[in-house]
Every structure is written in structure tokens, then in C-alpha cells.
Design a protein around this ligand. Structure first.
Ligand code: 7RM
Length: 458
């Protein structure tokens, strides 16, 4: 946001707590003064200046650990996801090539993810580097110095493949169609989405306003644990459907099962499972093999349980429905947060929505929706009724939210995922749980101030 953020103090602080770090390689980036520990800290420009121009890479065993990336997990205790070298690189490179139809000699590829998120690891670092891609790496925000920043970059570098997240797309929708319209986006030929289910509304906006109504959109489903993309259309191959990640990629086996681990027929929903191993699968949870087996391999007869709800449509295409922990139980019906959120976002006055189930004495859970309104819309009784009726019309009366609250922001992680757990805490008048992974923790104060009596009111 136009200001330099010092990273070195955070590194120095972390190193205080461990005893095995010998050296810290420091890149002179902003030119600010930094504390420097002689002998331990090494300037990047000094060490690279004395290296030979040719480098012979060192060979590693395929199962040599490559990295451990921590996911927050729902229980609070983070899980250290272990990836190894051979399989991870194989699938990161293959999917980066196949899903984006990468032509390394002519494409200019840009993945806007935070590099600390698994998406940054696989699709800014390992996949593109392994494939010799020409790519844009951007460390700023989408609204600095102005809200057309992304489109200015696409125009300036002639970006041909853009990979971003639904949360960003919904933000661009909120800012207005006129902003991307000011830039030449004609270089774009493939658009990607990752991180959350993309609402059909956002998918169509992305296609129309960024993709000139013709670029294929690849909605890529995968996880930190899977290491690389697993379910996605292939551009120019798959006939796409707005909102569906569609099919497992070649070599990958995914399906949807019911509570008893039976595969559901087309047209039905349940739990997403992966039925065969894949090259970039996590090898364990670092230091906790037992938790690894229990979390991923126990619930459905040795098949990998992803933790996501999903349904198969009449063609057998897969639609992701959000984390199963977020699924709501209302008067005996399982209702997915994703579907209610998409119904809300399809209303012209709603820019973004987050839906949670709050404990309710008569219906087990009641649907509480937090919405960000579009530009000119204002919150009043009429609007709330209009939105409730709109959801009832789209999904049926059972999915009608009991409460709808207009808010200015939603609590999100750095990868743009809505932290529904915190919204549930608010909706049930509970003390907030851990907020350390939020991008901006002040958001929760704003929301709480709007909702003093959620659980009590009828
Ligand atoms: C890549 C990444 C994983 C969770 C996953 C899903 C959700 C990710 C999609 C999606 C619907 C998608 N890794 N998710 N991509 N849901 N459609 N295309 O996000 O480890 O940070 O998160 O994200 O719930 O289980 S992650």
C-alpha cells in the first residue's frame, strides 16, 4: 500500500527462538537500515557477486523433504504439511503446463497469490521455474496506487495467463466495471481461479469483463495437502460451467461419497474423496504420523478425505460446496454455505457474502448472513426482506437466512478465505477464537459492534 514493510525484524525475532539457523541471506530491497548480525547475516548481493555464472544443480533423492508448510486447521493446532522433491515437482510442473496451456516461449504468466500460500509455492515458484515460464511477480496490493493496478500490469507486460482468487474477483466487481474497461486486456488468453468456490456470478463477470467474453476460465481445486491442482477444466478441452471445478485432471481420481463411504450417483452430494495416490500428495504431518492417518485416511476406508463437501451434477461434473465443518444443519437439512453465499451474490445489491450456521433452539442451526453491499445500496428493512426472499426463491425456503447483516468488510486470511469460524463466534455471542491468521484483525471489532444480540434476537 505504498509503504515499505520491514521483514527482517520478524526474521530476527523468529531466529531468537531456535538454535539451528547458521546464516540468514538478506536481500537489499528497500534500502532501509536493518539490524545486521555479523557472521550470521549475509548480504545477497555480496554472496551472489562472487559466484560462477554456471551452476550445476545438486541431485536429491525423490523423497528428499522439500518444504513443510503449516496450515491452520480447524482444531487450532497447525499441521505441518510435508512435501518431498520428485513427486511434488512433477505435478506442480505438469499441472502448470497442462491447466494453463503454457507456451513458455510466448506466454507471460502472472499468479497474483501471496508467495507464502501454497499457491505461491506451486504456481509462482516451483511450477513456473521448472517450466521455464516468463512471469510477472508482484508484491503490492490491487488498489495501490489505484484500483486499476492489476489491469495496468496486464497491459504493461502483455500478460497472457492470469491466475487469481475469487475474493479478488468479487472485490473488482465491487469497484466497478469501468476500471478494467480503461485498460487493454486483449493479451489475456487463459484465466484461472483458486482458493474458494467461485460463485457463478463472479465467474461470469471475470469472463465478460476481464476475458472479453471469450477466454477459457480454469477453476482449479486443490489444497496445501495435495501440493498441486487436482480438479480443474482444461482450457480448450473442457466445456466449462460457471461455478464448477468439473473433472479430476488426467492421472487423478476424485469422487463424492456419502456418510457410509458409498459413491453417490450423479445429481447427489456428499464428501469429496481422492481414491488413488498422486505424485504431489503430502507425505505426512510433520512429527505426527498418527494425526496424518487419522485426519486424512481414516474416515472413508483408506481413501483420502479432503474435508470439503461436494456434489456431482447430472453430467458427473464436480461442484465444491465448502468445508464440511462449515455445512449448516437447519431443521434436518444439510445446507452448504457456498450455495447460500452464491445466491446472495447473485442479487444485484450484494457484492460479497459470508454465511454461517448459528445455534438455534428450534431449528438446530439458523442461517446468519453477513453481506457487503454494492456501491449505492443501503441497509434497511426492505433490503433485508428482499434478500431473504431472493435466497428463498433461488434455493427454496429452507435456505432463507434468519438474519442478514450488512458489514463493511469480512474477516479473511491472507489467501482470501473467509474465516467463518469467527463469524460463528460473533453470531453465537461467544468470545472470539484465534484471530492471528487474519489479514486485518480490526475487521472483527467492526462486525461485532454491529451485532450485539445476534443469538438472542428473533
Ligand atoms: C489452493 C488452496 C484448500 C481449501 C480446499 C477448499 C478450498 C481451494 C478451490 C476451493 C472450491 C476451488 N490451498 N478451495 N480451491 N474450493 N473451488 N477451486 O487454496 O490449503 O489454502 O486451501 O480451499 O476448501 O479444501 S489451501
Amino acid at each position: 500500500r505504498g509503504k515499505a514493510t520491514a521483514l527482517k525484524p520478524a526474521v530476527d525475532d523468529a531466529i531468537e527462538r531456535v538454535d539451528r539457523v547458521e546464516h540468514v541471506l538478506v536481500v537489499r530491497r528497500t534500502g532501509q537500515d536493518v539490524a545486521f548480525t555479523e557472521g550470521r547475516d549475509v548480504w545477497w548481493h555480496e554472496i551472489t557477486a562472487r559466484q560462477p555464472a554456471e551452476h550445476t544443480p545438486q541431485a536429491f533423492d525423490a523423497e528428499h523433504p522439500l518444504f513443510i508448510l503449516y496450515t491452520s486447521g480447524t482444531t487450532g493446532k497447525p499441521k505441518g504439511i510435508l512435501h518431498t522433491s520428485g513427486g511434488y515437482l512433477t505435478q506442480a510442473a505438469y499441472t502448470h503446463h497442462a491447466v494453463f496451456d503454457l507456451k513458455p516461449d510466448t506466454d507471460v504468466y502472472w499468479c497474483t497469490a501471496d508467495i507464502g500460500w501454497v499457491t505461491g509455492h506451486s504456481y509462482i515458484v516451483y511450477g513456473p521455474l521448472a517450466n521455464g515460464a516468463t512471469q510477472v511477480i508482484y508484491e503490492g496490493t490491487p488498489d495501490t496506487p489505484h484500483q486499476g493496478r492489476f489491469w495496468e500490469i496486464v497491459q504493461k507486460y502483455g500478460v497472457t495467463i492470469l491466475y487469481t482468487a475469487p475474493t479478488a474477483i468479487r472485490t473488482f466487481m465491487k469497484w466497478g466495471d469501468d476500471i478494467p474497461a480503461k485498460f487493454d486486456l486483449s493479451s489475456l488468453r487463459v484465466l484461472g481461479s483458486v482458493g474458494e468456490p467461485i460463485n457463478p456470478e463472479a465467474w461470469i463477470w471475470y469472463r465478460e469483463h476481464i476475458g472479453a467474453g471469450k477466454t477459457p476460465i480454469v477453476d482449479t481445486w486443490w489444497q496445501t495437502e495435495t501440493g498441486a491442482m487436482m480438479i480443474s477444466p482444461l482450457p480448450g478441452v473442457t466445456e466449462t460451467k460457471p461455478g464448477s471445478a468439473q473433472r479430476a485432471l488426467p492421472g487423478i481420481s476424485a469422487t463424492v461419497v456419502d456418510d457410509d463411504a458409498n459413491e453417490v450417483p450423479n445429481g447427489h452430494g456428499g464428501y469429496l474423496v481422492l481414491t488413488e495416490p498422486w505424485p504431489s500428495m503430502l507425505r505426512t504431518i510433520w512429527g505426527d504420523d498418527q494425526r496424518y492417518t487419522k485426519t486424512y485416511w481414516s474416515r472413508f476406508n483408506n481413501r483420502y478425505f479432503a474435508g470439503d463437501g461436494a456434489k456431482k451434477d447430472d453430467d458427473g461434473d464436480i461442484w465444491l460446496l465448502g468445508r464440511v465443518d462449515d455445512v449448516m444443519l437447519v431443521s434436518g437439512h444439510n445446507i452448504s454455505t457456498t450455495e447460500v453465499e452464491s445466491a446472495l451474490v447473485s442479487h444485484p445489491k450484494v457484492a460479497e457474502a459470508a454465511v454461517v450456521g448459528a445455534a438455534d433452539t428450534t431449528t438446530t442451526q439458523a442461517i446468519v448472513a453477513f453481506v457487503i453491499l454494492r456501491g449505492t445500496a443501503t441497509e434497511d428493512e426492505g433490503l433485508v426482506e428482499e434478500l431473504r426472499a431472493h435466497v428463498a426463491k433461488t434455493l427454496g425456503p429452507i435456505a432463507k437466512p434468519k438474519r442478514i447483516l450488512a458489514v463493511a468488510e469480512l474477516p479473511k486470511t491472507r489467501s482470501g478465505k473467509i474465516m467463518r469460524r469467527l463469524l460463528r463466534d460473533v453470531a453465537e455471542n461467544r468470545q472470539l477464537g484465534d484471530v492471528t491468521t487474519l489479514t486485518d484483525s480490526s475487521v472483527m471489532n467492526l462486525i461485532q459492534s454491529k451485532l450485539p444480540t445476534a443469538a438472542n434476537e428473533d
